[in-house]
Design a protein around this ligand. Structure first.
Ligand code: ATP
Ligand code: MG
Length: 208
């Protein structure tokens, strides 16, 4: 049986690990080309700073297609979902598009691949800013500050709500990605993958 001293040491180690895990949750934010072009870098970064989150990595990047291809998921589910978003938007707007005729695609997956390529075109159309952010519940808090994916649905007070008005129906009609200023990791797992993709260990600064 472990001694009382041993048990309390184990407990204190557990608490230390948990404490570090909570305080050091990380997330990735990318300021997309429309945010940079519109001179919103400072405004957007200041919102993350003001709420108390810590910036631990920052850089201006001109991404290439290879990097963006690694960034966006390749799972069948994610790609099909992009295609279905397109169909849903058309349905909601009573718009009938013959996707076979218009885009030479046969199903939601193939359409999703096309939309994914529009996303990559958009992300490669100009410089972007990569930001690694740290703090308790960083993933959830950043998503809350950023607001709804679709700018026209984003609440005032969120970044997308205050600075963008794009809508998926216009994006679909113009055969382009929706301009929503920011990417923010959707989960802790996504954040870990994305931070490792966009930053080297040396580029992430640990400070108090
Ligand atoms: P991001 O990953 O860029 O932070 P998100 O997590 O809010 O955005 P995702 O579901 O990951 O949204 O979608 C990735 C991107 O696909 C979005 O940023 C947007 O450009 C595009 N997208 C998502 N939903 C739609 C939609 N309904 N119509 C058009 N484009 C969409
Ligand atoms: Mg996402």
């Amino acid at each position: 049986m472990p001694s009382q001293k041993q048990t309390s040491k184990e407990n204190s180690n557990k608490i230390q690990t948990l404490y570090k895990k909570i305080k050091k949750e990380r997330t990735l934010v990318l300021l997309k080309p429309d945010a940079v072009e519109r001179g919103l870098i400072g405004e957007i970064i200041s919102r993350f700073e003001k709420c108390g989150l810590k910036i631990i990595g920052l850089g201006l990047v001109k991404p290439n297609r290879k990097l963006m291809d690694k960034h966006y998921p390749k799972t069948k589910e994610w790609i099909e979902n992009l295609g279905n978003n397109f169909f849903r938007t058309c349905e909601e707007n009573n718009l009938k598009i013959d996707v076979k005729k218009e885009f030479n695609v046969n199903n939601a997956y193939e359409l999703g691949l096309l939309v994914r390529s529009w996303l990559i075109d958009y992300m490669c159309s100009g410089p972007i800013v990569k930001i690694a952010i740290e703090g308790p519940h960083a993933v959830e808090i950043v998503r809350k500050i950023v607001g709804h994916t679709l700018p026209y649905k984003a609440q005032p007070g969120t970044i997308r709500g205050d600075f963008s008005i794009d809508t998926p129906i216009l994006a679909n009609l113009e055969k382009r990605a929706i301009k929503n200023l920011i990417h923010a990791s959707g989960s802790k797992e996504e954040a870990e993958y994305e931070i490792n993709l966009w930053f080297t260990k040396d580029e992430l600064i640990d400070y108090n």
